[in-house]
Design a binder for this molecule. Sequence first.
Ligand code: FUC
Length: 802
Amino acid sequence: MQENLCLRYDQPAKVWEENVLPIGNSDLGASIMGGIRQEQIILNEKSLWIGGPSPSRPGYKGGNVSGSVTYLRQVQKALQEKDHKTVDGLLEKLTGETDGYGAYQTLGNLFLTFDGVCEEKTSSYQRYLDLNEAVSGVVFSQEGVQYTREYLASYPDHVVAMRLCADQKGTLSFTAFLDGYPESGTVTVDADSLSCTGALQDNGLRYQERFLFELADGEGEITAEGQRLQVRHATQVIVYFAAATDYANVYPAYRSGIDPADLVRERLEAAKAKGYTAIRQSHIRDYQELFQRVTLHLEEKPVGVFTDQLLREYRRKTKEHLPYDAADHYLEVLYYQYGRYLLIASSRDGSLPANLQGVWNESNTPPWCCDYHINVNLQMNYWPAMVANLRETATSLVDYVDSLREPGRVTAADYYGIVSDEAHPENGWAAHTQSTPFGWTCPGYVFTWGWCSAAAAWLDLNLWEYYLYTEDTEYLKAKIYPILRESARFYLQELCYDEEQERYVSSPTYSPEHGPVTIGNTYEQSLIQALLQVFVKAAGILGYDAQLSGEAARAAEKMKPYQISQKTGMLQEWYEEDEEDFDTSEVEKHHRHTSHLLGLYPADTINYNTKELMEAAKKSLNDRGDDGTGWGMVMKMCLWSRLGEGDRAYVLFNNLLADRTHPNLWDVHPPFQIDGNLGAVAAVSELLLQSHMGYIQLLPALPAAWQNGSFTGLCARGGFELDLTWEQAKVTGLVLRTMHDKVCRIRTEAPQQILAVDQSSKINGQDGSEEAMAKADNISWNEKNGIVEFAVKKEKEYHILF
Ligand code: FUC
C-alpha cells in the first residue's frame, strides 16, 4: 500500500469545479464543499438525464433524419468532382436534429446549517480526500469542541454515507434541507428523513433521492419542521443517502419499469441495518481491492503542506524553469493516483460509463450537456483502465457501446443506407461525435463538428484493448466480438473505392473539429483500418466469420491511411494537403485535436517498426506545439511517450499540472473535464511501460526527472502484471505475474537470472524461500533484438534479476 495519498486543504471550497472534493460509487456522486457553518453537498445520480423518448416527444428517433443517405451520395460525388460549392451547400443535410438531445441533470444540494458554529471562532480546519480509503472529511475545532464530518460513497451498499460528530456530548445541532433539486420534485420530510421525489418534466423520468438521519448513540433529537429537519443536542449523527431513477439502458423506451422509490427504500433499509462502521469497512475493502493494485514512487516526499500550495509551487517552478523537488514529485504521484481514484469512483460495472465530468455535476445546463463525446473524450476516459490495473471499470464502457448498436442501426440506415433486417441482421451500427444515454448516434446538428463516421471504430479499439490485456476469450466471444463484427460490416459497406486515390476511402470525412471536408482523411482512414485489422484478429482467435474476415483484411490493406507531405515532411492530416488548391482557411496550426496521429496512440499502426512514419509524426507533433486544452496536452503526452521521448512528454505533464489543473486537481479544458485526469494516468503509465509491439518494454520513455523510482501492479498486454524498480534510469528489479500459462517476451538487457517463485508460498508468508525458487523454463535471450523470452505459469511469480 502506498501511504500518504491525500488531498488536503485548510479552507472550505468556494467554487464547485475548482475546490470541491468528489466521492462516488459510479451511480452516485457527491461533491463536498466543506463549509464550516453551512455544509453544502452537491449530489448526482448518473442516469438523471433529460432528453430521449418522452410522452411529449412521441417521434423521438435519436435525432436521426430519414433519407439523409441521398445527400451522402451527392456529397461523395461532388467531392470526387472537386465541386466544393455543391459540397458546402449540402453539408447541412448531413446533420441530425436537436430535439431530445437532453443533458445530465443535478439532484441539487443537501445543506446542513450548524448552530453555534462560525468561521471566526474556528481553528485547525482541514478538508481532505484520502485516496487510500476513498473517504473525504472535514475537521475543525471551536471553543474546545472538535467537529468531524466523514463522507464515503459505497459501491457494494449503493449509498453515500456520512458521519457527523462532535467530541463533546450534545454539542451537535443543525438544520438539514434540500435545494436546487429538479423543478418537478416534491420534498417530503418525516421523522428521520428528507426526500425529493418526482418525474422530470422533459421526459417523465422518475427519480427519488432520500436522506436518512440516525442518532448514532441515541443522544439528541430529530424533528421535522416544515421542509427541514432539525437535529438538536446530538453527539454523532449518521446520514445515509440513496437515489435512483427508472432509467434503463434498453432501447427504445429506456425505462426499467421499477419504481425508484422502491430501490431507494430497500437500499436505505439495508444500510441502516448494516450500520455505518460495517458499510465503511465493506467500502474500503471493495475500493482497496482495485486501488491498491498499483503503487508509484518517483522519489516523492509527502510534505505537510496543502494540495493547493503544492500546486502553486509546482506552477511557479514550471513558469520559472526551476528544478522540481521531492514535494513536486509527490504532487505528480498524487495526481496520478487521483486519476485512478476518479475512475473507480465514476465507473463501475452495472452503470453508465464516466461522462465528461465523471459523475459529478452541479448544473442542469452543464458544458456540452455533460454527455458522452466520442471524438476523443469518452475514449480517453478509458485509456487508463487496462494499463493501470482497473479492468473492472471498463465493463461499463463495453455495455454502453453495446447499447449504441440498436439506435446506431437507425443511423446507419438513415445516413448510409446500411440496413439491418431479417436477411441481414446486425448489419452495421453508426455513431458520431456526441452520444447520450438515450442512444443518440446521429451526426451533430452542425456538420463541421458533428460528422464523425469513425467514432464507433475508435470506441471499438478501446474494447479490443480489454481483450488484449486480459486475453479473456469468453468475454471477447460474448460481448466484444459481436460489436466488432457489426462495426466491420458497417465499415465494409461504408467505404468506397476512390479511383483517383487508388484506395478504399471513407467519404466525406472531417478531422475532429478541424480543417476542410475531404475524402479519406487520416483520422478516419487510420481508425477504420485499425478496427478492420482488429476484427480480423478477433475472428481468427475465435475461428469465426472467415469470409467476412477475409474481406476486412483485403479492405484494410487498401486503405493506405498515411501520407507524408512532400512539402513539410509531416504526417498529413488530409490526403489532399499537398495539392495546390487545398483549402487551408479552416486549418489551425496549433489545433487541440491531433487526430491524424492516432495510429501512434492509442492505435499501434505507427510504431517502432515504421521509422519514416514515426519521424513524420514527430514533425507534425512539433508543429502542433506544447500548448492545448487539458485533454489535448494529455493526448500529446501519450504521443510523445510512444515516440520514446519522455522528456518532451514530461514538459506536457508539467504544463498540464501548472496550467490546466484546478486546486482540487480536477483537469481544466477549460471548463472542468475529467478526460484529462483519466488520460494522464494512461500517459504516465505509458512513460514507464509499453506493450504494443508484441513484447513488453520497460521504461520506454522515462523522463530524466524521474531517475529513480518504482511501481507495482501496472499491466501489459497479454495478461501480465509487473512490479519494477529503477535506479539512475536503469532497471534494477522486475517482478512479473501472468494471468495465463504462456511465453513472455520482454525487451531488456540480458538478465542474470530469472527465478520462478510459487505464489502460494508467498501467500503463506514464506516470502519466496530458496526452496520455492526454481529457474524459469525455456529462457532465451536474443542479443540482436534484445528480447528475453521465457515460459510463464499463472501460479508463479517471476523475479528477473539484472
Ligand atoms: C470535443 C472537443 C472539445 C470538448 C468537447 C467536450 O469535441 O473538441 O474541445 O472537449 O469534446
